[in-house]
Design a protein around this ligand. Structure first.
Ligand code: ADP
Length: 955
């Protein structure tokens, strides 16, 4: 190489150079003319350096000019030119090479870059060797410098494209392989090793390679390879493979045979990891399946589809869906497949992994170790069977987390990783709206089903009409009440029902339809069984689905009405009995009022009678119930009753009956108005009436019982009260007849005696007259009381108000009873009043009240007893107490003595004369004054009757 700095004298210019490219004679002689012509035509720079004078260029061919732009003369003259031309970054390397080869006297070969005169960078290959004479003496250095720029560029491009290929291979996870048939040598590219997760360079034979495929794929690939060898048919397969690390992946295996002379010499092909594409494909399929299921299937089928779809993506031998109802605070498991764990019914959330995901809203993958950590941190407890891996993701709708999807594994063969978690999370996010929508649909369907069942099981008749008057809905109860079939009712248009016109029902219907206001009408009619029925009909206006409707609810009030009729009949009898003695109108009116009161009582009972509504499964387990059910059975709330068995709420002696009725419902669809004795939580009992019906699922299979429970304690009490009233009245009539007849007979007797003139003794006559007048007084009292009662009941009690000193009235009354008291050695006293007892009142009525109280006190005192009357005026109220030490009244009777005709039985035995009306009348009078009449008493100790009236009449 010319111009190289020498080892000893770098940069020395002291060489003797022959200018102008002239060749020394010595060399000239060794180079023929032909040689020179040849040299100057070769597309390379040929040069000769002196062997004596190191690095002294003796000759350089004219191609120097063509390749570098420098003249050969310039080159030979300028010792430092080469040094300036070579790129600094290559210089060191090239210098070292020269130094080494020069020292070793070896030919040297270097490739380096130089800068041409016009500034281009070119690559050159520079080769020099020492030429010696025959004796071995060095003659000169002969060198060739070739422009290899194009070669270098091609090489670089090749390297670049190889790198690119490798990179793309890695990225696309594509590798290549080759099998030499003769040596059976299998060659894999690095990517193939990477895909198999084994060290590059590991030597494998064909069988070992095939064994990487999944068991089910091995025969497929083996057959394809064999056919390839035998017939040269190429193959292109997508198969599952298990890597050395145990990962299940998908690969595309392509192969083809190379034949020479009709014989397969080599197989080669491509090998690609297509797991991601396969997963994406399966994911897409899964999502498609789920979205399809959402449109067409029920919730159960949707869950099943989700399970199946997930099964194509990961192992799902143990899979469940948990849903959380935040209102009821209940966790349910509508879908659950598990190899080891039991299906759990809905329950309150506990401290399990499902609840943890619900709480955090984040996906969770736990193995035994991380589970133990969560337990130690107090985050979770073991709920259910311990699994190896547990993977759960939340079902989220906006911010709300309404459930969890979970898969678990109990075996080492199935493990879950982040990849499955990502997939499950993705699937969950895609199907959340689907589940949510389905759930809502299901809830609506359930609510509708529930409503229909409720309507059906209701003891109240319910019918709905459209705006044309056509019936669009009717329950069983209405059919029963009307004595028709449901189909018959459904066919009707109310405008055409004849009896609606006559009964005024049509008018009510039109009124509600026109005004939107509720109307109500009581109908008396004949059922199709010829039974008299009374119906309480109520029309309500309903606007639904953009259309107006009319709702008719019909309550069968025949029972209270029949009681009313029975009482009316009884009143008629009573009237007959008393016609001769009494003003007939009094009793009739009275009976009517009693009956009206009784009817009102029944109506209130019926109207306000709060029904318990509940639903249970076919085993009798309570699934849900309303507040009233809880109230009836003494539970804090309906939730506290869920899960109880209905039998626990029934008195033991009735349980057999309940079981029989359940069977009856299963056979006939429903039972109505069955009376049981039921139990409260505290064990106390109450009578109840129960109607129940069967709810079927969409396939018509029995699913649940729905029941309406009515506490009939009040009804039973009311019936007993009615019975009592009738008994009182019967007693009353007996007493009344006796009481009227006794003084009447005695009166008639005395008058007869007197009229016949048989009694001459004036004393005796006077005595007879006194007795007759006493009899008349007794009759007068009786008649007055009956009259007063009648007036009271007809609201004819008109008070004549005056300002009166009640103290004086009391004193006057005490005086008038003094004789009567004395006869039984009873002392009648009054305590001094603290102030005057002046008030506004009707004095004669108040006198009646006091007289009645004092008379009773005397009547029910023992001989020799004390009676004290006290009075005081305080805070605008006057309070009078009439206190006796007589036989007293039991607590139970205290509440009844103010009822009409009521007489305490033990006092009756004493054969005291009375009607049982005095206290009733007195109470009405005191209340008409805006006051109150009450009693406190103890059996055998005595009674205190208290009158309290305001000083001023309220205006
Ligand atoms: P009667 O005409 O029977 O006295 P009342 O209405 O005045 O009718 O009283 C109703 C019943 O109340 C009586 O029959 C009696 O049984 C009871 N009673 C009223 N006052 C007393 C009293 N002071 N002591 C005990 N029992 C009484």
């Amino acid at each position: 190489m010319p111009k190289k700095p020498t080892l000893k004298d770098v940069g020395s210019n002291s060489h003797d150079q022959s200018k102008g490219g002239k060749i020394p004679k010595r060399i000239e002689s060794t180079m023929g003319v032909r040689y020179r012509a040849l040299v100057e035509q070769v597309p390379a720079i040929i040069y000769t350096d002196s062997a004596d004078e190191i690095y002294h260029t003796l000759y350089i061919s004219p191609q120097l000019k063509t390749i570098t732009g420098y003249d050969p003369e310039e080159w030979i003259a300028d010792v430092d030119l080469w040094n300036r031309m070579i790129l600094p970054e290559d210089r060191e390397r090239v210098m070292e090479e020269y130094t080494r080869t020069y020292a070793a006297n070896e030919p040297s070969l270097s490739e380096y870059r130089i800068k041409t005169r016009d500034g281009r960078i070119i690559w050159v290959r520079d080769e020099t060797r020492l030429v010696r004479d025959k004796k071995g003496k060095p003659l000169f250095w002969q060198g060739v410098m070739v422009d290899i720029t194009a070669l270098k560029q091609a090489e670089q491009a090749l390297r670049h494209s190889r790198d690119l290929l490798d990179l793309t291979g890695q990225m696309a996870k594509v590798g290549g392989w080759e099998l030499d048939m003769e040596t059976q040598t299998l060659i894999w590219t690095e990517e193939v090793y990477r895909i198999h997760e084994i060290d590059p360079g590991t030597r494998l034979d064909v069988t070992e390679a095939i064994n990487f495929y999944s068991p089910e794929a091995q025969p497929v690939i083996a057959a394809a390879v064999q056919v390839g060898i035998d017939s040269g048919t190429p193959w292109d397969l997508e198969l599952p493979l298990i890597t050395a690390q145990g990962q299940r992946i998908w690969v595309r295996a392509q192969g083809a045979a190379e034949c020479r002379g009709g014989k397969t010499v080599c197989l080669h092909g491509a090998f690609q990891d297509i797991t991601e594409r396969k997963q994406a494909e399966r994911l897409r399929e899964a999502l498609y399946t789920i979205s399809q299921a959402a449109v067409t299937e029920s919730l159960e089928d949707l869950y099943l589809s989700i399970h199946r779809a997930l099964g194509n993506l990961m192992p799902v031998d143990n899979f469940y869906i948990a849903l959380y109802d935040s209102e009821a605070d209940l966790l349910s498991f509508p879908y659950c497949v598990d190899q080891h764990d039991e299906f759990s019914p809905p329950r309150k959330p506990r401290h399990g992994l499902t609840e943890y995901v619900l709480r955090t809203g984040c996906p969770l993958l736990v193995d035994r170790q991380s589970f133990t950590q969560l337990v130690q941190q107090g985050e979770v407890e073991l709920v259910g069977v311990d699994s190896l891996d547990w993977l759960g993701v939340p079902l989220k709708m906006g911010e709300e987390i309404f459930g969890v999807l979970a898969v678990q594994s109990y075996t080492e063969r199935v493990r879950f990783s982040q990849a499955e978690m990502k997939m499950l999370e993705f699937v969950s996010s895609q199907m959340t709206p689907v589940i949510e929508r389905k759930l809502t649909q299901q809830r609506i369907a359930d609510a509708l089903e529930f409503n229909f069942a409720l309507i059906d099981v209701s003891t109240m008749g319910i019918i709905a009409y459209d705006s044309s008057g056509q019936c669009i809905l009717a329950n069983e109860a209405i059919a029963r009440i009307l004595g028709a079939t449901r189909v018959q009712v459904l066919r009707q248009n109310y405008n055409n029902i004849e009896w609606w016109k006559n009964s005024g029902l049509l008018e009510s219907a039109h009124e509600t339809a026109a005004s939107g206001n509720e109307t109500r009408r009581e109908i008396h009619s004949m059922s199709s069984f010829g039974k008299e029925i009374w119906l309480d009909c109520r029309f309500t206006y309903l606007f639904s689905n953009g259309k107006s409707h009319l709702l008719l609810t019909v309550d069968d009030i025949s029972i209270p009405k029949q009681a009313e009729v029975a009482l009316q009949a009884y009143a008629a009898k009573l009237e007959q009995n008393n016609r001769d003695l009494q003003d007939l109108a009094i009793e009739r009116k009275q009976a009517e009022i009693v009956l009206r009161a009784s009817e009102a009582k029944y109506r209130t009972l019926v109207d306000t009678s709060p029904d318990g509504i509940s639903m249970s499964d076919l085993e009798g387990k309570l699934l849900l119930c309303n507040k009233q059910t809880a109230r009836l059975h003494g539970y804090e709330n309906p939730e506290a009753m869920c899960g109880l068995n209905v039998l626990e709420l029934i008195a033991p002696e009735y349980r057999q009956l309940v079981v029989q009725n359940a069977q009856k419902i299963l056979e006939e669809g429903n039972v109505t108005n069955i009376e049981y004795i039921m139990l409260r939580k505290d064990g106390s009992r109450f009578p109840a009436e129960l109607s129940a019906a069967l709810i079927c699922d969409k396939d018509g299979a029995p699913a649940n019982f729905i029941s309406i429970t009515r506490d009939i304690t009040e009804r039973i009490q009311a019936i007993e009260a009615e019975k009592r009233l009738i008994e009182y009245k019967e007693e009353f009539i007996a007493t009344l007849s006796h009481d009227l007849r006794t003084p009447l007979f005695s009166l008639v007797g005395y008058l007869d005696l007197l009229r016949n003139g048989k009694v001459n003794d004036s004393d005796v006559r006077n005595e007879f007259l006194t007795r007759a007048s006493l009899d008349v007084d007794r009759l007068k009292v009786l008649v007055n009381e009956l009259l007063d009662t009648s007036r009271l009941e007809n609201n004819f009690l008109v008070l004549n108000w005056e300002e009166v000193d009640l103290g004086a009235v009391i004193m006057q009354e005490l005086e008038s009873f003094r004789e009567q008291a004395k006869a039984r050695r009873i002392s009648l006293k009054s305590a001094p009043w603290n102030t005057t007892l002046i008030a506004e009142m009707d004095p004669s009525r108040m006198q009646r009240v006091l007289a009645n109280l004092v008379e009773n006190a005397i009547k029910f005192s023992y001989e020799g007893g004390d009676i004290l009357v006290t009075g005081e005026s305080r805070n605008g109220t006057i309070t009078i107490n009439v206190i006796d030490e007589g036989c007293g009244i039991s607590t139970d009777d205290c509440s009844k003595v103010f009822d009409k005709f009521y007489q305490v039985s033990h006092t009756l035995k004493q054969n005291k004369y009375g009607t049982g009306l005095g206290l009733y009348i007195s109470k009405q009078i005191v209340e008409a004054h805006g006051g109150s009449l009450t009693v406190k008493s103890q059996l055998g100790v005595g009674s205190t009757f208290t009158v309290a009236i305001p000083v001023k009449k309220s205006r």
